[in-house]
Design a protein around this ligand. Sequence first.
Ligand code: ADP
Length: 404
Amino acid sequence: MHRPRSEPAAGPAFPRLGTSSDFGAAEFRVLIFAPVGRTAELARQALARAGLGATVCQGMDELCGALREGAGAVLLVEEALSSMSAVRLLAETLEEQPAWSDCPVQLFVASSEAPSPPLAALAELSAGRSVVLLDRPVPPASLISVMRAALHNRARQYALRDLLGQYEEARAEADAANRAKGEFLSVMSHELRTPLNAIGGYTELIELGIRGPVTPAQRVDLGRIQLSQKHLLGLVNEVLNYTKLETGTVEYDIEDVPVREALEAAEALVLPQARAKELALVAGATERSLSVRADADKLRQILVNLLSNAVKFTHPGGRIHLDCERAGECICFTVRDTGVGIPEDKIAAVFEPFVQVRSDLTRPQEGTGLGLAISRQLARGMGGNLVVESTPGMGSVFTLKLPA
Ligand code: ADP
């Protein structure tokens, strides 16, 4: 969709940044630890005059405890880092912060060019954190300006935290909606199967003449009822299979499956459809010893789905090749057809559930658009993948990759 250039793309509203008037709030307080004469108290008073809230701490333990509870910035003098344990405690507390947080630390030192050993250790332990060294003495105006800049930086981090919270909430809501959809589809398909099976059963009873003689015209109608019942049951079963995959309730029975057997089983199931449509179904030669790590039933399900699609989307007289070869640590099954192909802009979409590309070969109601979505999920569930390459008008090649 095109937008006029002047109109910005709609996005989530960016939370209001902290303003100077917020800097008195608890989450913006400056933690001070400066065990040198009255330095700490004088700094607190200077910050208070500028409208910045501050708390004076009596030790590194107290400062780190307060930092864990939440702070806008930290103000230290070099003497606060007199021991290595104090250095380590500060570095660890800075590292423990959540991903969005990087509380600014302003450290007033005698010489930033010739750092003392604890300072050098802190620089190493807290690399990547915002620890800034400032040479003393720092004039009061500079102190205020530096702390304001640090608090503005902190306000951006809080804004990011709020945004992350909003995104997480939205994602949790979307996940819950998706789960509800899955449960609804699963219950609905279960409920539909029972009457559908009854329709099938009673039709069969009537057809067998158990309820009395059946006229030829009635037999034709019964055949139609059975065809529709089977079609509908197939669709319902496919929806049920898909919802099971979505909710992660599918179990895989992985074993060494002989490749040749898997190919022959799938080929046998699709051969009647291929013959009826006058398609040549050719299986390539495979080594007898070749095997693949897979769930045999699910592997067959994928191959049958790919072959049935190839039959469905290839004009009479076309060819379908089924091959398999080893490629490094993987076994690659390919189903190649000379059918209608898939337009480039639809290639990614065909693996999405309920997506069907319009073609002159099938009516839209044939199939559910779930076969490929199910097949790819099954392939991934077995540690493999399913991909496609296609040229419209020339044909498609589906490749199923599984661990050897
Ligand atoms: P269904 O076959 O039930 O429509 P699938 O998920 O198996 O659902 O396939 C989705 C869509 O992908 C099909 O409707 C079709 O448009 C396209 N497609 C799948 N296989 C082929 C193929 N071999 N050749 C051309 N198009 C295909």
